[in-house]
Write a new protein. Sequence first.
Length: 154
Amino acid sequence: MATSTLIQYLETELKDGFGATVAVGTSSMNRRQVETFIAAAAVAAGDVVSLDAAQAADGDKAIKVKPGDSGQTKLSCPVGVALAAAGIGEKVEVCVRGVCEAKLLACTEGDVLTHTATAGSMDTIAAATDPQVAIALETAAAPGTFTVYVRGAF
């Protein structure tokens, strides 16, 4: 089921039970759009995920995802970043637009990112034809998990 983009949570902080101000963070409904898919392969939190075009049934090609890999023999169609780990056949929530944590190989803040031949990871685009999946919101000097903005319709 698709998430609604009609309601937007615009607050950036809230008061906790003791009256202290607390940052809302990226998990609230502040412009992040999340869709639920089914994992066709094991998925880790932060993996860029792609539709699984190798599925036999056309309907399964639209709901099953696996870690994105630009070196796949079948079409690679990245849809977003997994927000939690999931095993084969389990539901996985995917950030399809907005801020989240993703696995990056290396980049500079502001770089446009795409999936790589390292399954689940993103790196700076190399060619104009690469899918533009996200924008780096911080610099990644070495592989790890960093904050990105998933572009949405890419």
